[in-house]
Ligand binder design. Structure first.
Ligand SMILES: Nc1nc2c(ncn2[C@@H]2O[C@H](COP(=O)(O)OP(=O)(O)OP(=O)(O)O)[C@@H](O)[C@H]2O)c(=O)[nH]1
Ligand SMILES: [Zn+2]
Length: 318
């Protein structure tokens, strides 16, 4: 599946691209099981009749009051957490995206763009790598081509990757550089023709020359945490220290025997990382509370509907 529009799916088949409709059975009001970009579907005629089991799912919170999860991309092997080497270093921002990426079940890779604008690339990479525990960190430039081969090697044939990262860091430029064609309109192009990104109905999954698939959906660009699954993986150092605290419910503030505070005191842990961890934990907790409230509301509505259906039934023979 390369694209989902209202009621229509774009799929790549052995015979090329096609537009099909999802069978009614594939419609899931909660969104989680509805076909998403990156899904493999079985076709019967003009209908997509089944979604094959997913290896991974990148979920985001749907904007608004509800906390419904929405699968933005399915079956990702890699999530490229993209940030730019221009401007101030943004370790906390990278960590936030890493937490979301870990929760998806795919392997995150940090890709630092605009290497051509950075005076000391190795130092900048090392600074990010220090906090991106267990994650490869690559520096690339879409303008000079630096680092692209290393990234291509990582993508490999038949693997599916997606990009996440703040606006303007060079995701579209990177997609174009990898594809060797203008598959995504960059900010420069969009400004030149005065149109927004969403005006074109572009494919959201690109087949790259090396045989890798690159997902580029607008939905991946504004991320919310769906649950706290990825937070402790992104902050493995803090999470591990926290397990050594004397009290299991330690808040890591003034409690005696706090391993986190001790690590900060003797310089083993950057206090900014504890702050980042706290913020993400809090955000994830808020999401979970909202999800609970939503589940209760849905159950309530279901019971009400059942009662209504019961009342309007013709009198049954006993
Ligand atoms: N010097 C330099 N500039 C770059 C590089 N990659 C992208 N840029 C510039 O950075 C700006 C933003 O690039 P885009 O590719 O549009 O960024 P994006 O992340 O897709 O932005 P959104 O579409 O808003 O999410 C443009 O002006 C690009 O020309 C690079 O490797 N080097
Ligand atoms: Zn503690």
């Amino acid at each position: 599946m390369t694209r989902v529009d209202r009621g229509r799916l774009t799929v790549l088949t052995a015979d090329g691209e096609r537009r099909v409709h999802p069978a009614p059975a594939l419609h899931d009001p909660d969104g989680i099981d509805s076909p998403a970009v990156g899904d493999w579907v079985a076709l019967r005629g003009e209908l997509a009749v089944a979604v094959l089991p997913r290896r991974s799912a990148f979920t985001r919170t749907v904007a608004g009051r509800t906390s419904a999860g929405q699968v933005v991309a399915a079956n990702l092997d890699l999530v490229l957490v993209v940030d730019a080497l221009a401007g101030p270093t943004r370790a906390r921002r990278v960590e936030r995206y890493l937490a979301v990426a870990w929760a998806s079940g795919a392997t995150p890779v940090v890709v630092l763009t605009k290497a051509d604008l950075c005076d000391d690339v190795p130092a900048a990479v090392a600074a990010v790598a220090e906090d991106a525990i267990g994650v490869d960190v690559l520096a690339v430039s879409a303008h000079t081509g630096e680092g692209l081969d290393a990234l291509r090697a990582l993508l490999g044939e038949g693997r599916t990757a997606a990009m996440v990262g703040p606006s303007g860091v060079g995701k579209s430029s990177l997609a174009n550089a990898l594809a060797g064609a203008e598959v995504a309109p960059t900010r420069d192009v969009r400004e030149a023709d005065g149109r927004g990104r969403h005006t074109t109905t572009s494919r959201e999954l690109h087949l790259l020359p090396g045989g890798a698939l690159l997902v580029d959906t607008p939905g991946m660009r504004e991320l919310g945490l769906y649950d706290d699954e990825g937070v402790d993986t992104a902050y493995a150092d803090v999470a591990e220290l926290a397990r050594e605290c004397r009290f299991r419910d330690c808040e890591h503030r003034t409690e005696p025997g706090c391993a986190v505070a001790a690590a900060i005191d003797d310089g083993r842990l950057d206090p900014a990382r504890l702050l980042g961890w706290r913020k993400l934990q809090a955000e994830a907790r808020r999401q979970e509370l909202r999800a609970d409230a939503r589940a209760r509301a849905a159950e309530h509505a279901r019971v009400r509907a059942l009662h209504r259906a019961y009342r309007t039934q013709p009198t049954r023979v006993r």
